[in-house]
Design a protein around this ligand. Structure first.
Ligand code: MF3
Ligand code: CO
Length: 248
């Protein structure tokens, strides 16, 4: 069942989203060779607490941290670690902020120092693919229009789209209907309506879209060990089009 949010509920989610966006802005300034994803995780958790919010991911189905930190071939759900990031790495930081019971979800990939041309293009195309999807997130379209726009753009640029993890409705719980795949045919799936709130969060890979999960039960990697990146926003569908609640 897809829940419809009132304008008042959407504005509460936007407050959570603004806080999350501020954390990403701060992280962008912290990312450099030598910092650890553990330090970034501690920063994010502390920032949320200082602003009256809580990290919704911590304890979610037993996930142990406030953030997911996914380096290089890790697609998503990587654990923050006390290992230093190195020049040339790419890292995705993903988190869900709970502010007064309403949630916002956003992941962002970062370059650590100077990265390869391939990594740079992957970051650029993955971010752009998110905005290609957002453009289609208008009342009257179908979810498949979002999915298709992302896949068509990503594949035309030579990258693959992960199938095993998808976007989702969100509100007072992290995962609601609708499911939002980042691949598939246009003009299929649920009709997009005013008041829906969902994430779009494409994960693009340099090589195969196939995944494998580490022994920790969480860390998802590319099966071929090649790079993966992800950008995610939470958006609300309004009469004026998609409103990005996690806009930085
Ligand atoms: N932010 C992720 C999402 O898009 C959730 C990560 S799973 C968790 O759904 F267990 F870490 F929360
Ligand atoms: Co999400």
């Amino acid at each position: 069942m897809i829940t419809i949010k009132t304008p008042a509920e959407i504005s509460r989610m936007q407050e959570a989203g603004k806080l999350l966006a501020e954390i990403h802005r701060q992280i962008a300034g912290l990312i450099a060779p030598g910092i650890t994803t553990h330090e970034i995780d501690q920063f994010a958790e502390k920032f949320m607490k200082q602003h009256g919010a809580t990290p919704e991911q911590k304890g979610y189905k037993g996930y142990p941290y406030a953030t997911c930190a996914s380096v290089n071939d890790v697609i998503c759900h990587g654990f923050p670690k006390k290992e230093k990031l190195k020049e040339g790495d790419i890292v995705t930081i993903d988190m869900v902020v709970n502010l007064n019971g309403w949630l916002a979800d956003s992941a962002w990939s970062y370059a650590v120092g100077q990265v390869s041309e391939e990594a740079d293009k992957l970051l650029r195309v993955t971010k752009e693919s998110l905005y290609k999807g957002i453009e289609q997130a208008v009342a009257g379209n179908r979810i498949g229009d979002v999915s298709h726009a992302i896949q068509a753009y990503a594949e035309a640029e030579g990258f693959s789209v992960v199938r095993d993890f998808i976007g989702h409705g969100i509100g007072q719980v992290m995962h609601e209907d609708p499911q939002v795949p980042h691949y598939g045919p246009p003009n299929k799936g649920p009709r997009i309506k005013e008041g829906m709130v969902f994430t779009i969060e494409p994960m693009l890979n340099v090589g195969t879209y196939l995944t494998k999960i580490d022994a920790d039960g969480w860390t998802a990697r590319t099966r071929d060990g090649k790079l993966s990146a992800q950008y995610e926003h939470t958006l609300a569908i309004t009469a004026d089009g998609p409103l990005i609640l996690t806009a930085q």
